[in-house]
Design a protein around this ligand. Sequence first.
Ligand code: ADP
Length: 447
Amino acid sequence: MKVLSAPAVPGRAVERTAWFIRLRWYAAAGIVVFAVAGQSLLGLHFPLGLAPYLAVALCVALYNGVFLVLNRQAELAQRWSGRLTTVQVILDILALTILMHFGGGVENPFVSFYLFHGIIMAILLPWRSVVLHVLFASACLTGVAIAESIGKLEHYHIVGVCQMAHMPKWRFVTIALFAFITTLTVTAFLAASIAGRLHNRERELEKTNAALAEQDRIKSQYVMRVAHDLAEPASMITSCLKLVTQGLVGPVPPKTLDMVQRAEHKSEYLGHLIKDLLSLSAIKAERAVTTAEIDLHDVVNTVFEEVQLHAAEKNLTLEQDLPEDLPAIHGNLGAIHELFGNLVTNAVKYTLVNGRVAVCASNSGGEVVVTVEDDGVGIPADAIPHIFEEFYRADNVMAEAVEGTGLGLSIVEQILHTHGGKIWVQSDESKGTTFSFTLPVAKETHV
Ligand code: ADP
C-alpha cells in the first residue's frame, strides 16, 4: 500500500531555467544563420571567415546540452538552480563577448544583444545577481574595447557592416561604451523591477490559491459530515416506507398506498443524492488516499455484475474488451471502482432498449486508456461543456424523466484528478456517447 498525494509541481526556478535553455538553442542556431547569411546574402567580409562563429555556436550548443541534462536531474536542478543559472549567464556573456570581438568589438551593431541577456537575467535572478551580471557584461565589453584600442587584441573590422575602416577612435569607443553600459543598466533594472512585481504578484496568487483550496477542503469536510448524518435517517425512512408499500404492516387503502409509494420513490432519490454528496465531498476533503495496484479486469467484472439486472431489464448487451496482458493501474480501489461504476451506470441508464454498452482498454506507454461506449440517447452539443459541473443534467435526459443527481461525472472527474488521469467525451445526440479516460500504470508493471 502506498499513499497517493497531489503530483509534485516542478519548482518554478527549474521551469524558468528550462525556458532559458530552450531559448539558447535558438541563439546557437541564430549565430550560424546570421554568419552564413551575412557572408552569402549580404556580402559581408569576415576577416577570419566563418570558423570563429561556427566554433562559438558549437560551444554554446554543447554547454546548453550539458545544462539540459543537469536541469533534468530534478533534485540537483532544484538545489542548484540559482548557481546553474549564474554559470549559464556567465558563459553566455563570454560567448557573446567573443562574438562581439570577432565582429568588430564595440563598433559591432549587434552589441545591443547584451540587452536581451540583461532582460533574461532580470527575470531569472535576484537583484544582487542582476547588478553583478550587468557589471560583468559591461566589464567584458569594456575590456575587449580597451584591449583592441591599445593593440593587445586584434581588431577585426567587418567590411560592409561599419563605415570606419580603421581602429575606432577613443572618443567613439568612450561614447559607444557609455551608451552601451547605460542602456544595459537601465534595461536590466527596469526588467528586474517589473519581474520583481510579477514574482510578488505570483506569490500572492499562489498563497490565495492555497488558502482557497484549504477553505474548499474545509467546506467539503462540513458537507461530508452533514451528508454522513443524513444518510442513516434517510435510509431508515426508505426502509419504513418499503415495509408499508410491500404490505408487511398490513393492508393500506389504494390512495394512501399511492402516496406512500411516491414518498418511497423520493426517499430513494434522497438516498442516492446523499451517497453522491458523501462521495464527492470525501474525495475533495481528503488530502491523501491509500493506493495499491489494481487489476482492471476485476473492476469491470464487478461493475458489470452490479448493473446486470438493470441492463437485462432493457435487454442491453454488455461487452468488454480488455487485453489479457493489460498492466495493473495504480490507484485507490474504492475510488476506481466508483469511477467505473458511475460511467457504466450512466451508459446503462441513458441507453434505450436493445442497446449496447462496451468497456475497452489499451495500454499506451505509462498509462491505460479506457473507453466506456454506448449507443444511447447521447449528449446535446451545447450540454457537453457542462456535464462535469456539479448538479448539471442535460435537457434531453430531464425530458425523458430519467432520474439522476447530476453528481456522478463530478465524482468521476475528481477521482481522475487525484489519480493524475484525464477524461474526455465524444457524443452525438441519439447516436451514442463515448467517455475516454487515462489512468497511470503501476510502476512495477510499467512496460
Ligand atoms: P446523472 O446523475 O444525471 O447521471 P452525471 O453527473 O452522472 O449525473 O451526468 C451528468 C449528465 O451528463 C447527465 O445528466 C446526462 O445529461 C449526461 N450524461 C452522462 N453520461 C451520459 C451518457 N452515457 N449518455 C448520455 N448522457 C450522459
